[in-house]
Design a protein around this ligand. Structure first.
Ligand code: LYS
Length: 316
């Protein structure tokens, strides 16, 4: 039996639009409005943020706020590591998805000798490096850092020394570079990528279960295959970006909304089947942005409903 510990990481500086820091409290408000005791039932940790750094000049156009994001991820890593070392299940609530560099680094530093499998549920591949990013927003880069994959063949940006230095530091938070292997990374729902991402995904042979695939083959079949691919992994981390869901049918309360995504019940099924493997040691939910939600607090409400559904399985 695992004891859930909530980690609230209200950092939003890796996104192009502010406001995902408010996503965590929006989810909590959704819980309160539903009469749920969820957020008082579990112990929690607040991770201090560097969000005030948006007032400072930043000279890293191809990796915006990289220094503060590095410091933030270091702190997330040590929080996650502490949680795992105390025998807890870290349930991480983050603002923007650059946080995953901290979470993954923390897991690896708690279990340096174990292979980590990653299930990335997202509309985006988040596998740009500063050399290929079209936006400079670091929430589009966490997987490149964790894979130690700069994708130099697809380079389009000329990055400076300071960017390179912090990028290298990000890759080796709390341990050596190459936190995960490309054959231990599996996407669900990726459908909005740029060419350098398509090329690196193809070169590394990273598996993506598209929304259509899961509907044609069935979720159970796809997840079973994914778990087979991750057979050699002793532990699995699920990173759930809410933009994996259909922005038109569900909600656009997220920084980079994309239509034609999953429905909430499909997300629940995917997550449940993965958690049933018994290998999941950490779950993260990111990118709820209530300021962008045209349906009130819909995205946070949906996110909380999903969380409520999967939590009993985590606790088994
Ligand atoms: N690929 C785009 C970029 O790098 C979007 C990333 C969205 C991440 N949540 O800017």
């Amino acid at each position: 039996e695992k004891m859930i510990e909530l980690i609230k990481n209200r950092s939003d500086i890796g996104a192009g639009t502010r406001g995902s820091d408010l996503g965590i409290d929006a989810i909590e408000i959704a819980a309160i409005n539903k009469g749920s005791q969820y957020f008082i039932n579990y112990p929690f940790v607040d991770v201090p943020t560097r969000n005030s750094s948006i007032y400072q000049n930043d000279n890293h156009p191809f990796a915006k706020h990289i220094q503060q994001i590095y410091e933030q991820c270091k702190q997330v890593a040590s929080t996650v590591e502490d949680s795992l070392s105390s025998g807890n299940f870290p349930l991480v609530f983050s603002g923007d998805h650059s946080s995953a560099m901290g979470t993954i680094s923390g897991i690896k530093s708690a279990y340096p000798d174990k292979q980590l499998g990653v299930i990335w549920v997202d509309a985006h591949a988040d596998i740009h490096s500063p050399h290929t990013t079209p936006s400079g927003n670091m929430h589009g880069m966490p997987l490149a850092a964790m894979l130690n994959e700069d994708n130099i063949p697809c380079k389009i940006n000329e990055i400076d020394e300071s960017t390179q230095e912090f990028w290298n530091k990000l890759k080796r938070i709390a341990g050596p570079v190459g936190k995960i292997l490309s054959n231990h990374l599996i996407y669900f729902g990726v459908r909005d990528t740029e060419e350098p991402e398509d090329l690196v995904i193809e070169r590394l042979g990273i598996k993506n279960y598209r929304v259509e695939d899961t509907r044609q083959r069935g979720i159970t079949d796809c997840v079973a295959e994914a778990l087979k691919i991750l057979e050699a992994c002793d532990m699995v981390y699920i990173s759930f970006d809410v933009d994996s869901m259909d922005s038109e049918l569900i909600s656009d309360g997220t920084g980079t909304p994309v239509p034609k995504g999953f429905l909430p019940r499909e997300i629940v099924l995917i997550l449940e089947e993965i958690i049933r493997s018994g290998k999941v040691i950490c779950f993260e939910i990111v990118e709820v942005n209530p300021l962008l939600d045209n349906k009130g607090n819909k995205m946070a409400e949906v996110a909380f409903d999903i969380l409520e559904r999967i939590t009993p399985l985590i606790e088994l």
